[in-house]
Design a protein around this ligand. Structure first.
Ligand SMILES: [Zn+2]
Length: 487
């Protein structure tokens, strides 16, 4: 009896601990955003301004011979007409022919500048899919409450949205409290070497450090998290790294009528099978922090589980890794993408290879990924080398208690009071990663609304942004600029 009594007491204590922790599982933010009057904005005027920018097919290419800069020059001519004050009053440099870097001198020159980034280039429309668009991809159509076209979200809403906010500030005689850079690269979609990398190098050369950086990457998510009705502003405090590794094996070749027990192709197959069987270790921290910011707006049971990850991590891991979207948030991911063996069905391969793409969670590095792969493959006959030489480590992860995050959160809720703010690692790569040595706090966020329908349009068919949410994004840029001294 006594024993049972003690069990009962322990269970009650456990329940209390779980509930108290659940109660405390909420964000560290001011309850209410400070009220501010952002003035009146003409939605149709803004919509037409973005729509027109989508008529310039500013497609970047990794191949210099195919990289046509004419659409960029035409796009910039348009920007000069649309934003005459900005181009006349703010000095700017043109870097590598088409990247623009504005330096908007502030009052207090003793403080480090801040920077707002966006990219001018877009990805191509996949040949053969043009007909599937509701409105042609480069027509710049405003219809049904949306602005339609390639680049509507990624990332001309950023370029044109920032410039709308700046132009209005200039018209109102505003002088920024500190210096603000505006940087619009032209090759983000193909790695950023001519744009973002060159700009970051300039800052290094000039010995200039930035206190705050804002780039694309996070959006206002609608209907993306099950059980949460409100919209969630996903502010990216960091992004995952990237590396592709080539696994290759050699064989003797010859006729396939008398094959060895294992060919080079089989050997590579074994290696990739082992990699898929041994996913990278799990780190729940970033997901738990994200859930903490959802606070009481998520179902109670979900909140209880995440608030007590110390107890429920095995269960959480099982649930999260079953969905590719949530799995990507808890570990370095492994994607076997390219396979190559013999050129004919009856010829033994002399060489076989696989390319595996890894998206690296902060905590891991390109080096640690290579070491892990070597250990898991555990086969000296498999050569492991970086594919095409490109790789980037995860970015540093900015602090959510920083002034930058707090002000961004405040600005989002001023413009859209019913929106939840939460830090969410960005799974894809952005230009921001190139600034890790020169910018102290980097965030990835643009205030446009993205539901599953809009998500499918980014790099896909029917890219679009709603007129009302684009207007909100512009207001957020405007409000953020006004508070540059707090960043
Ligand atoms: Zn982009």
């Amino acid at each position: 009896m006594k024993f049972l009594k003690w069990i009962g007491v322990l269970l009650v204590v456990l329940a209390v601990v779980l509930l108290v922790r659940t109660q405390q599982f909420k964000p560290v933010l001011d309850e209410q955003a400070s009220a501010v009057d952002l003035g009146r904005w003409d939605e149709q005027y803004l919509a037409q301004g973005l729509a027109k920018s989508l008529t310039f097919p500013t497609v970047s290419s990794g191949d210099p011979r195919e990289f046509d800069l004419q659409p960029f020059f035409a796009f910039q001519e348009y920007l000069k007409q649309r934003f005459p004050k900005t181009f006349a009053q703010i000095p700017y440099e043109v870097i590598n022919e088409a990247t623009l870097l504005f330096r908007w001198q502030g009052q207090d020159t003793s403080r480090n500048p801040i920077i707002l980034l966006s990219h001018q280039d877009v990805v191509p429309v996949i040949p053969g899919t043009e007909e599937e668009w509701t409105y042609p991809p480069y027509a710049g159509t405003v219809a049904d409450g949306y602005i339609w076209g390639r680049g509507a979200i990624d990332d001309k809403a950023g370029v044109v949205g920032i410039l709308e906010a700046v132009e209005r500030h200039l018209a109102e005689g505003f002088v920024p409290p500190r210096t603000i850079y505006l940087a619009f690269g032209h090759d983000e979609e193909v790695g950023g070497n001519l744009g973002a990398v060159a700009i970051a190098d300039l800052f290094k050369q000039r010995g200039e450090t930035l206190d705050f950086l804002l780039d694309e990457g996070g959006v206002i998510a609608k209907d993306m998290v099950p059980g949460v009705e409100k919209r969630i502003a996903l502010i990216g405090p960091g992004e995952k790294g990237y590396v592709s590794l080539k696994l290759s094996a050699r064989g003797t070749g010859g006729h396939s009528s008398m094959p060895p027990m294992q060919t080079a192709a089989g050997r590579v197959g074994r290696a990739v099978h082992r990699l898929e069987q041994h996913p990278f270790p799990v780190d729940l921290d970033y997901t738990v922090e994200f859930m903490r910011f959802l606070g009481e707006d998520q179902p109670f049971f979900q909140r209880l589980l995440f608030a007590n990850a110390w107890l429920f991590s095995p269960l959480l891991t099982t649930v999260l890794e079953n969905n590719p979207a949530t799995n990507a948030g808890i570990r370095t991911t492994t994607a076997v993408t390219m396979l190559q063996g013999s050129v004919r069905d009856n010829v033994l391969p002399i060489k076989a290879s696989a390319v595996v793409n890894f998206r690296i969670l902060p905590g891991d590095t390109v080096e640690s990924v290579m070491a892990y792969v070597k250990e898991v493959v555990d086969d000296p006959a498999i050569k492991i080398a970086p594919y095409d030489g490109f790789g980037s480590n995860p970015s540093p992860v900015a602090d959510t208690s920083s002034a930058g995050f707090q002000v961004l959160s405040d600005v989002v809720r001023q413009v859209s009071p019913e929106t939840i703010v939460a830090p969410r690692l960005v799974m894809a790569a952005t230009d921001a990663r190139h600034f890790s040595e020169v910018a102290k706090n980097s965030y990835r966020f643009m205030g446009v609304e993205v539901s599953p329908r809009e998500l499918a349009g980014i790099h896909g068919t029917d890219e679009r942004v709603s007129v009302s949410s684009y207007t909100e994004a512009v207001k957020m840029y405007y409000a953020l600029i006004a508070r540059a001294d707090e960043l």
